[in-house]
Design a protein around this ligand. Structure first.
Ligand SMILES: Nc1nc2c(c(=O)[nH]1)N[C@H]1C(S)=C(S)[C@@H](COP(=O)(O)OP(=O)(O)OC[C@H]3O[C@@H](n4cnc5c(=O)[nH]c(N)nc54)[C@H](O)[C@@H]3O)O[C@H]1N2
Ligand SMILES: Nc1nc2c(c(=O)[nH]1)N[C@H]1C(S)=C(S)[C@@H](COP(=O)(O)OP(=O)(O)OC[C@H]3O[C@@H](n4cnc5c(=O)[nH]c(N)nc54)[C@H](O)[C@@H]3O)O[C@H]1N2
Ligand SMILES: [Mo]
Length: 814
């Protein structure tokens, strides 16, 4: 989230598109209710299904799964056409005025530089014209045809309301009604907030969906202000923490990058991360990258990371491919290239696409180790459960070890919420039976592996045997020790950058925050963005002061938000060029003539005078990006792309299949289905009464939502002779499931490109283990392909067929 849950109460208009917050985030959704009750805020929902969120919306519009880019580009077009633009914001705080290279262009659905063979773009022309002074060229009058604003206008021109209806199936009058409501938020005194989740991410162009809304929010001047923002509603209680702390295969903690194999030495690695400002006076905060990287490597290898050995850069793994995401790992497993798989807190057999392929992949392992508090389908993938898991157990030779772990309720530690609040929690119970903390399990495995490397050597034992491991109990690092390590401390005295005679931090003391992190080896810090979470003041994540001066929703004394306890990112943009709040009734930050003051921690150097340093300090431009240069693989602007399995061809260019640069493995391409065989669009989703695959182990939840079902419209029910409560079979080109039918008015047929499109809804929560009745879930059907930039699987739009059927057969195992 750019903002926070508690800030949602400050909004005038909520748009829930690409999520179902009332269902999947029922506690957080109370802030929408607050905004409705106390500010008269209105709620728009755009979803293929009439959801629980839609049931309390002022306006609901249906949309075909996987078509949101057309809707969002249509909205931007409408705002530009109707002058619903926050001009001062756009001109000063976005890259609207920057000039783009002459070679850049877009034609027939593709940007310049496409190479069909490589399924990739040459992105060199997707960038600014650089002047002789080394800065990007600009035209503040927005007259130059090569300025970002004019290129954007041209780019969105095809997305008329008629085109939106044709692609998305959203009736034109609904679209226009929503456009009017959104357009009102272009004034400085009205804001809209965007709440989204998987309805946008789980597509082969998920990143571009999100960019689309971010661009709209910038045009409306809604980023950095109270009640505005791009608010990603995160999933698991600590999934924000997962990405922050570097658990993506291509990331190190704090959004530093794992080096690639071309970056053979530290200076080469650093050379593309210099981030020289692209406009005069700009902060370009990533210029501090080296400090964060060096201190991270000090936290990993302590005294073994020195200036002489480039801070042990050679210990870091180097990527030979863009990332080792889960899709790639299962592909490798399925090609027999993986022997051992540690599966910790993950149930891929139910959670990942194309279960047939997953079963085949797991069957090729020598050893599968699961670390989980519960019995999972993944740990039992080899067990026959009749129709529910019809495998030949005798043919599977994988050895499975199940290590019972604790769960959050038995652990102490921190959880990072969607709003970047790192909140400490305490154990509510003691581990049952043989269960052990994950930290104990990991430490015990590490100690044994280190011992093997110490005694037996190996090709390159150094990164393992020299790993810094300074804990009171080697066998189980405590959450406090880990949190302090993440915050960072001084190894030798840290001197004041402006006065080198002054000691800022004594050796051994915790760093105050990341401003004290150094690149000379004097500091260590495990994750720079978290620095400040546990300093000499103590555990700031455990703070529970609910004071909120003037009820702004900031709650600065409650837990610790990264970065620097800042609650709203880019908050300098809440004030105009002179530093006065756009909306005095919603003041956030203000320039008092000497420094920035207000309700939040300023997201800019506190003494940067307005008019010099622009609010987007992480960007080399200092401004936000309507045109994202070469940063995303699939385009500097979002362009309409169909899902890989689509009921209608891409109307802009029927030759383009799916996302033209998404990675597709050959076997999976062969398994895509066509609309002739599979005429209906399926999408998958959650129910409030269950949490993924945990709560089916609990009798109460299993009674509340007792059985796996699929939803179809009354029209499709009629067409296929399906009544509510009937058994149906749903199948794709990859597999087949059986479910009870729910025939409902919540789904309505859509008309897309002149064709009737039916949507089939499939909830997630059933499997073959637990207290609930056995069921399937959607992932026997889903395609094995991900987003072109981050590889989130395309769970939300795929093709199926459906027919009336009979009950599935239980297997030999009860
Ligand atoms: N009770 C409960 N709460 C949960 C969870 C749970 O299992 N149970 N899981 C948590 C997790 S891990 C996550 S990630 C979040 C997910 O939170 P959400 O993303 O809100 O949950 P979903 O139900 O997967 O999907 C949301 C909506 O997206 C819609 N949708 C599908 N395709 C499209 C599309 O192409 N465009 C648009 N505009 N909408 C589309 C679906 O119809 C659905 O209503 O929920 C979290 N909260
Ligand atoms: N078709 C389709 N598929 C989807 C989705 C969808 O919308 N549609 N959503 C996707 C999303 S967003 C998500 S997040 C995934 C969820 O998929 P998973 O993350 O695999 O599902 P969970 O059941 O939440 O968690 C996995 C396991 O973690 C265990 N666990 C809980 N606490 C701990 C702990 O402290 N330590 C350890 N070691 N284990 C623990 C649980 O017991 C559980 O067995 O599903 C994905 N799959
Ligand atoms: Mo999730």
């Amino acid at each position: 989230m750019t903002n926070s849950w508690t800030d949602i109460k400050n909004t005038d208009l909520v748009i829930v598109m690409g999520g179902n917050a009332a269902e999947a985030h029922p506690c957080g959704f109370k802030w929408v209710t607050e905004a409705k009750a106390h500010r008269g805020a209105r709620l728009i929902v755009v979803d293929p299904r009439f959801t629980r969120t839609a049931s309390v919306a002022d306006v609901y519009a249906p949309i075909r799964p996987g078509s949101d880019i057309a809707f969002l580009m249509g909205m931007i077009r409408w705002c530009i056409e109707n002058d619903k633009v926050q001009w001062e914001y756009v001109k000063n705080f976005t890259n609207a005025a920057l000039l783009v290279k002459d070679e850049y262009g877009w034609e027939d659905g593709l940007f310049v530089g496409y190479d069909a063979e490589k399924r990739d773009y040459d992105r060199s022309s997707w960038d600014y014209q650089i002047g002789e002074d080394g800065f990007a060229r600009t035209d503040p009058t927005l007259q130059d045809p090569r300025c970002v604003w004019n290129l954007l206008k041209q780019h969105v021109s095809i997305y008329t309301p008629e085109m939106v209806e044709r692609i998305c199936g959203t009736p034109k009058d609904k679209f226009l009604k929503i456009a009017e409501m959104i357009g009102e938020c272009s004034t400085p005194t009205k804001t809209m907030t965007s709440m989204y989740a998987l309805g946008w991410t789980q597509h082969s162009k998920g990143s571009q969906n999100i960019r689309g809304m971010a661009m709209l929010q910038l045009i409306l001047g809604n980023i950095g202000v109270r009640g505005g923002g791009m608010n990603a509603l995160r999933g698991h209680s600590n999934i924000q923490g997962l990405t922050d702390i570097g658990l993506m295969s291509n990331l190190l903690p704090g959004y530093l990058n794992v080096p690639t194999e071309k970056e053979t030495d530290f200076e080469t690695y650093m050379s593309t991360r210099a981030f020289k400002p692209l406009q005069p006076n700009q902060t370009s905060y990533w210029q501090n990258y080296r400090k964060f990287m060096v201190s991270f490597m000090k936290s990993m290898w302590g005294d073994h990371a020195t200036a002489e050995n480039d801070w042990a850069y050679h210990y870091l793994t180097k990527l030979d491919v863009p990332n080792y995401d889960i899709l790639r790992m299962f592909e490798l497993m399925n090609s027999g290239k993986v022997n051992v798989y540690f599966c910790q807190g993950f149930n891929p057999l139910l959670a990942f696409p194309n279960r047939g392929k997953l079963t085949s992949a797991l069957s090729k392992l020598k050893l599968l180790v699961t670390i989980d508090p519960l019995e999972t389908e993944t740990a039992r993938f080899w067990e026959n459960h009749g129709d529910f898991n019809n495998v030949d157990s005798a043919a599977i030779q994988t050895e499975v070890l199940q290590l019972p772990s604790t769960c959050f309720a038995e652990d102490e530690g921190s959880l990072t919420s969607s709003g970047r609040w790192i909140q400490w929690h305490w154990a509510g119970g003691t581990p049952p039976g043989e269960a052990k903390h994950d930290t104990w399990i990991m430490a015990q495995i590490f100690l044994r592996i280190r011992e093997l490397y110490r005694t037996e050597g190996g090709v390159f034992p150094d990164p393992i045997v020299n790993l810094s491991w300074e804990y009171a109990d080697e066998g189980e690092p405590s959450p406090e020790e880990l949190a302090k390590e993440i915050n960072g401390r001084a190894l030798t005295p840290v001197m004041d950058a402006t006065d080198p005679t002054k000691t800022l931090v004594e050796a051994g003391q915790q760093l105050l925050n990341f401003s004290q992190i150094r690149d000379d080896g004097s500091t260590t810090s495990g994750c720079w963005i978290y620095s400040g979470c546990w300093n000499e003041k103590g555990n700031n994540m455990a703070l529970r002061d609910n004071n909120d001066p003037d009820s702004t929703g900031a709650y600065l004394g409650w837990s610790f938000a990264w970065p620097l306890n800042r609650r709203i990112l880019y908050n300098r943009a809440s004030a105009d060029m002179a530093g006065k709040p756009w909306d005095p009734s919603r003041k956030l930050m203000e320039w008092n003539g000497e420094k920035w003051t207000g309700y939040d921690v300023p997201d800019i150097a506190p003494t940067s005078a307005p008019g010099t340093v622009m609010p987007f300090i992480m960007n080399a431009e200092g401004v936000s990006r309507l045109f994202s240069r070469g940063m995303l693989r699939d385009g500097p602007f979002p362009t309409h792309m169909e899902p890989f399995e689509t009921p209608v061809p891409n109307v802009i260019n029927p030759k383009i299949v799916g996302n033209p640069v998404a990675r597709v493995f050959a076997d999976d391409a062969a398994q895509f289905g066509t609309s002739e065989q599979f005429p209906h669009v399926a999408t998958s989703y959650r129910l409030t009464e269950h949490f993924h695959y945990w709560t089916k182990n609990n009798a109460v939840n299993s009674v509340l939502q007792p059985q796996f079902f699929v939803e179809v419209s009354e029209q499709l029910g009629e067409e296929k002779g399906i009544k509510g409560g009937d058994w149906v079979r749903v199948w794709s080109n990859r597999g087949s499931v059986k479910a009870k039918a729910v025939v409902t008015k919540r789904l309505k047929p859509l008309t897309c490109d002149g064709k009737t499109v039916h949507v089939v809804g499939i909830p997630l929560h059933w499997g073959f283990i637990g207290a609930a009745r056995k069921g399937f879930g959607p992932n026997s059907l889903t395609p094995f392909v991900g987003d072109a930039n981050v590889e989130t699987p395309e769970f939300k739009a795929f093709l199926v067929n459906i027919e009336k059927s009979t009950a599935p057969k239980e297997g030999p195992v009860a």
